[in-house]
Design a protein around this ligand. Structure first.
Ligand code: FAD
Length: 430
C-alpha cells in the first residue's frame, strides 16, 4: 500500500485527485490536504467582481464528492512540507506522512513587493473569490461616483489574460450601466507590448488586443513598472527597451485592480533543493523534483523559465489546459511507479485559452508554448463569451460529480475543432 498526498485543492489539486484515483491501485491510499473544504472556480472571479456571479455560483464543497470517490480530505492546510522526511506538518500541528506527494498549491500573491498594492493597500484583486467580492463593493461605489480606472499587472506578474479580461468586462459592465462615458480607463502592464501575455504573443494577439483596447477607448502603458500606490493614485515608471526610465506617470484612479507577481506559498518556499529562489517547485519533464523524486508538482506552483528577455520581468502563464496536461502526466507517472515501472508521461504544456470580454472574447492556442510553434492561432468573436460560460458550467458540474475526465481536452478541443492536439506524450520504453 502506498500513501499518496495531494497538497492543495484548487483547479490542479482537485482534478489531480480524480485522475490519481483512476491510476492508483485499489490498495493505495489518497489524501488531499486543503485550506477548508471549498473549491472555487478562479476563472469566474472577474464576473464576481462586477456582480455577474455570486461566490456560491462558482464554489463547490468537495467533501461529499471526495468521500464518494474514497479520497480523504484534511482541510487544516499545510504549515510546512518536510521532503527529506516524507512528512507534512499541518496547520493544527499534526503530521502527515506520504510515499508520494503532489504539490498543487497555486500562487502566493506578492502584493507586498509594491508598496500600497493589493486588497490590504489601495488596489483590488480578482485572484481569490473573496478578493473579487471586495472588488464588487468598490465597483458598486464606482457606479454611484464615476471616476478613472487603472487595471493591469505588476512587474513579475505571469497571468495577464485575466487582467485584459477584467478591463474589457469592466468596460462592458460600465456601458450597460450607462456610466462608461464618465470613466477614463488605463491598462498598465510590464509586458513589452500589448498581447505579449508572457508567451511572446500567440497568433495575432498583439493586433487583436490593441484593436480591442482602442475600440473600447482604453489607453495603455506597456513596459510599466508600478512603483507604489497611494490612496487614489498610482506611480508608474515606463521603461525603454534597455530598461532605463522613459517617463514617470502619476495615474489617478477611483477604482483599480492590479494583478500581483506570483511566488511559491510559505509551506514550500525556501526549501533549497525543492524550490527556486521565488519558491516555485522545480521539476523535470516527468513533473518530478530531482532532489526528492517522490515529490511531483502541478499548476501555478511549478517553476517555468520566462519566454525570452524583456525589459521588465514578465512571467509565463500556467493556464487550465496546460495544468490539466501536467495532472494527467503526473497521475500516469505515479501510477507507473506504483507498478514498478519508470515514469514516461510528459506534459506537453500547450496553452489553450478563452479570454472573455463580457460580450465577446478572444481564444488562442499555442503549441508548443515557446515559439516557434506548430500551432499559433487566435480568433475573436461572441462565441468565446458563450463558450466560457458553457465551460464554467461543465467544469463545476464535473467537480461536483467527482469525475476524472480531462475537462479542458474534452471541452476546449471539441469546441475549437482541434482534437489532434495531444495533451500528453508517452516516451518509448528504454
Ligand atoms: P489554485 O487554483 O490557486 O489552487 C491552489 C490551491 O492550493 C488553493 O485552493 C489554495 O488554497 C491551496 N493552498 C495553498 N497553500 C496551501 C497550504 N499551505 N495547504 C493547503 N492548501 C494550500 N486559466 C485558464 O485556463 N483560463 C482562465 O480563464 C483563467 N482565468 C484566470 C483568472 C484569474 C483571476 C486567475 C488568477 C487565473 C486564471 N487562470 C485561468 C489561470 C489558472 O488556470 C488558475 O490560476 C488556476 O486556478 C491555477 O490552478 P492551481 O491549482 O495551480 O492553483
Amino acid at each position: 500500500m502506498a500513501r499518496i498526498v495531494i497538497l492543495g485543492a484548487g483547479l490542479g489539486g482537485t482534478i489531480m485527485a480524480y485522475e490519481m484515483k483512476n491510476e492508483m491501485r485499489p490498495i493505495d491510499d489518497l489524501t488531499v490536504v486543503s485550506l477548508g473544504t471549498t473549491y472555487s472556480f478562479v476563472p469566474s472571479n472577474p464576473w464576481v467582481a462586477v456582480g455577474w456571479r455570486q461566490p456560491k455560483d462558482i464554489s463547490v464543497d468537495v467533501s461529499s464528492a471526495f468521500a464518494r470517490r474514497g479520497i480523504k480530505l484534511r482541510p487544516e492546510g499545510a504549515k510546512r512540507v518536510l521532503p527529506a522526511q516524507n512528512l507534512i506538518e499541518l496547520n493544527d500541528g499534526s503530521i502527515l506522512d506520504y510515499d508520494y506527494l503532489v504539490i498543487a498549491t497555486g500562487p502566493d500573491l506578492a502584493f507586498d513587493e509594491v508598496p500600497g498594492l493589493g486588497p490590504d493597500g489601495h488596489t483590488h484583486s480578482i485572484c481569490q473569490t473573496n478578493h473579487a467580492l471586495d472588488a464588487k463593493a468598490a465597483f458598486e461605489a464606482l457606479l454611484k461616483a464615476p471616476g478613472p480606472i487603472v487595471v493591469g499587472a505588476a512587474p513579475g506578474a505571469s497571468c495577464f489574460g485575466p487582467a485584459y479580461e477584467f478591463a474589457f468586462i469592466l468596460d462592458t459592465a460600465l456601458r450597460r450601466a450607462r456610466t462608461r462615458d464618465r470613466v477614463p480607463m488605463t491598462f498598465v502592464t510590464p509586458e513589452p507590448y500589448i498581447g505579449h501575455l508572457g508567451l511572446d504573443g500567440v497568433g495575432d494577439t498583439k493586433a487583436l488586443l490593441e484593436s480591442a483596447l482602442r475600440e473600447r477607448h482604453i489607453k495603455w502603458i506597456t513596459n510599466a513598472r508600478v512603483m507604489k500606490v497611494e490612496p487614489g493614485h498610482m506611480i508608474v515608471e515606463e521603461v525603454n527597451d534597455e530598461g532605463t526610465v522613459k517617463s514617470t506617470q502619476d495615474l489617478p484612479f477611483a477604482f483599480s485592480m492590479m494583478l500581483p507577481a506570483f511566488r511559491g506559498v510559505p509551506a514550500v518556499r525556501g526549501i533549497g533543493s525543492l524550490t527556486n529562489p521565488r519558491g516555485f517547485v522545480t521539476i523535470d519533464k516527468h513533473q518530478r523534483n530531482e532532489a526528492f523524486p517522490n515529490v511531483f508538482a502541478v499548476g501555478v506552483c511549478v517553476a517555468i523559465p520566462p519566454v525570452g528577455k524583456t525589459p521588465l520581468p514578465v512571467g509565463v502563464p500556467k493556464t487550465g489546459f496546460m495544468i490539466e496536461s501536467m495532472v494527467t502526466a503526473t497521475a500516469k507517472n505515479i501510477g507507473a511507479l506504483l507498478r514498478g515501472a519508470a515514469p514516461r508521461a510528459v506534459a506537453t504544456w500547450n496553452a489553450v485559452c478563452l479570454a472573455d470580454f463580457g460580450d465577446q472574447g478572444i481564444a488562442f492556442v499555442a503549441q508548443p508554448q515557446i515559439p516557434p510553434r506548430n500551432v499559433n492561432w487566435s480568433a475573436q468573436g461572441k462565441w468565446v463569451h458563450a463558450a466560457k460560460v458553457g465551460f464554467e458550467r461543465y467544469f463545476l458540474h464535473k467537480i461536483r460529480q467527482g469525475k476524472s475526465e480531462t475537462f479542458y481536452e474534452n471541452f476546449t478541443l471539441d469546441l475549437l475543432g482541434i482534437k489532434k492536439l495531444k495533451d500528453i506524450q508517452i516516451e518509448a520504453a528504454e
